[in-house]
Design a protein around this ligand. Sequence first.
Ligand SMILES: Cc1ncc(COP(=O)(O)O)c(C=O)c1O
Length: 474
Amino acid sequence: MGQGEINWEQVHEWDEKYYLHVKQAAKEYRFLPVSHTEGNFVHLVGGLKLLDFVSQIIGANLGFKHPRVTAAIKEAADKVGFVQELFCTEYRSRAAKLIMEDVLGADDWAGRLRFVNTGSEANEHAFAIAKQVTGRPNIITREYAYHGSTSGAAGASRNRFYRSSFACPETGEIRDVPNFPGTGFHVVPAPYCYRCSLGHTYPSCKQEDGRLACILASENLIRTLGAETVAAFVTEIFYGGSCINPPPEYIPQLREMTRRLGILWIDDEVVCGFGRCGKWFAYQLYEGVTPDIMTIGKGMNGCALPGGGVIISKEIAEEVDRYRYWTGSTHAGHPIVAASVAAAVEFMLEENIPQVAAEKGVILAEKLQWLENQHKCVGLVQSVGLLGGFEVVKNRSRKQAFIEEDRFATFAGDISGYPEVIISEKCVLNGVMVGSNAPNSIRVAPPLTIKDEEIEFGFEVIDKVLTEIDEMCD
Ligand SMILES: Cc1ncc(COP(=O)(O)O)c(C=O)c1O
């Protein structure tokens, strides 16, 4: 059926009536009909054209419908379609080789990779494998973390509002899912220096031996539990969801601590991976740091199809290799997804996309800094490569948040005054899509294929919108 033949009124009616929508109550339903996508733009029916300045949910890293990836999907669909995981396809084998050898080979730690369907599922498997190989029940996670929406991944996720809760717009009621997030997760302070939950100010938080207070607090909790009960410590490097960049000492100190205490480090690279932070993987930002287990997703095929993966170290692989790994997932290793991953990684290797992201990231950082200089409502800007954002404040000198609950907000009740809601909506009306995961934060994470003039346009719009927000500041 051609574009002209689509009955959009009918589409609207069926979508509104039958689809189970998220992040909006039925009464709040908003119809955002997409006619098509092109390059780094989403085109809506009616003519509005949106620059994707956040790669959808920080994952559509290669723009829309990348021709290499689309061609690979078509070829695999025509040739193989679907077979289950016990069969080997040329696509899965090539995708695994590209990641394990061409991308990770030089770091000499990665032993085996398994493809699954989402980042959440990848983290579920990472936790299960970590617990299996250590025989220990506990996982350490951090404040404000996001690692996914399934039970275990949600257990490691520590945003108040991201727990598959029901949040009522009218009454402000929040209903968490009973007995839902997995257990055995223990929370340590986030390396969030702007609002340190230990009350410190970086870098005066450092101990005499140079250790950060949040690392020390993490070690104290682990020792209180007993390191021999802790399977792993899971982290992102730059928090994609919560837009937090740790101080430079944090990851090396965390890695030193996990090695010294004999616990595994799970590096969640679902957002940070595949060039986003200006390296293939964000752990490579730190000399001598490698993970025990790494999870991947989104950027591995630019979200062309659902996908995730878990990569285990050589030592862990040696242990797992002795057993029959009795687990199942109907679509794991799906040939068409694998073909899309192979094509995307080949393209990223040929074009050295991590380096491109590092270079464009310099422009992004300058533009964010410029926003901070221009606008009193901008309290903090942060970025690594093409992953960044800013935090909006009512009073900059007092670091007063616009919405006091900030990262503990439930997103129930009236959220129309949340800066993220106001800014996102105004940006959309001006043709730019930004994103957020907290009431006072805005994320900026354009596709790694972004053009300089598109960065310019995106920031022009954000600048215009923030001028209006400035008027709401003290
Ligand atoms: C850091 C991180 N890990 C895991 C996930 C979960 O991935 P998925 O939505 O594919 O399940 C996300 C999703 O945004 C994420 O940001």
